[in-house]
Design a protein around this ligand. Structure first.
Ligand SMILES: C[S@@+](CC[C@H](N)C(=O)[O-])C[C@H]1O[C@@H](n2cnc3c(N)ncnc32)[C@H](O)[C@@H]1O
Length: 166
């Protein structure tokens, strides 16, 4: 059976997102809408112990599961924040990569959400969003937030780079 991004299989979306975002050992990653932590665990394994992964989710019960899974995996470079990613302030933390497996669907106001997250990216950092059916809309939103489009090499994923102050 072939799994496509269009099925919104979040495990597959997570892997494609991380491929597109170019996760490297040592990277600092924010996993937006981390849910029960599947994408967080994938990111944590890819960046290794010299990196850092922070998962943020608006749902406490999801986060409790995520925390249990990370504890069971004995990963110490992972943390979680309960909050709305549209408004949550992450300073003083800044990230090399921000991934959003749920795409723009996690925001009531997509422009406000992406603009907020753009302030949490290091200069040269990458925002990677799943965009299974709304590629053009997602590209327009990231452009309005002042991020520069990445390439479109991965179907169903939009990547963009922060060019503002670090
Ligand atoms: C489809 S799940 C994805 C979970 C995980 N990233 C994965 O791929 O397995 C989307 C998650 O986004 C969370 N979410 C939705 N809107 C959010 C927001 N504004 N801020 C933080 N989390 C949000 C939901 O609570 C849910 O856990």
């Amino acid at each position: 059976m072939t799994t496509t991004l269009h099925s919104l299989d979040t495990a597959a979306t997570g892997l494609a997102l991380f491929d597109a975002a170019g996760l490297r050992p040592g990277a600092r990653v924010l996993d937006v809408g981390c849910g029960r932590g599947s994408t967080t665990l994938t990111a944590a394994r890819q960046v290794g112990g010299s990196g850092l992964v922070l998962g943020v989710d608006a749902c406490l019960t999801m986060l409790e599961d995520a925390r249990r899974r990370v504890a069971a995996a004995a990963l110490r470079h992972v943390g979680f924040v309960h909050g709305d990613a549209q408004t949550q302030r992450f300073a003083p933390l800044r990230f090399d990569v921000i991934v959003i497996a749920g795409g723009l669907s996690v925001f009531a106001d997509a422009d406000a959400g992406v603009a907020n997250l753009s302030h949490a990216l290091l200069r040269g950092g990458t925002l990677a969003l799943a965009a299974p059916n709304d590629h053009e809309r997602v590209r327009a939103v990231v452009e309005r937030a002042g991020l520069v489009d990445g390439d479109d090499a991965t179907p169903g994923v939009v990547t963009a780079t922060a060019i503002g102050p670090s």
